[in-house]
Design a protein around this ligand. Structure first.
Ligand SMILES: [Zn+2]
Length: 78
């Protein structure tokens, strides 16, 4: 999503909004709208943040705190 690179589904992580807590969560089984990011790609996350891609994909406005939490959840090592 962030970098628009075409990747195999196994190389992507799905980010969605947890409706009760209102926090961003990672997982394929989460309900609702999802945004896909390349796994192990900090630059993909940076691109997504720069373009506010999460807001568009999830039809919400993500707060800086939500996005900071997400960044801490993502695996960044390959
Ligand atoms: Zn990407």
């Amino acid at each position: 999503m962030g970098c628009r690179r075409v990747a195999a589904i196994t190389d992507l992580v799905r980010v969605s909004l947890e409706p009760v807590a209102g926090s961003l969560v990672i997982g394929r089984s989460q309900p609702g709208r999802g945004a896909w990011l390349c796994a192990h790609s900090p630059s993909c996350l940076e691109e997504a943040l720069r373009h506010r891609a999460f807001d568009r994909a999830l039809r919400t406005t993500c707060s800086p705190a939500q996005l900071a939490d997400l960044a801490s959840l993502l695996p960044t090592t390959s």
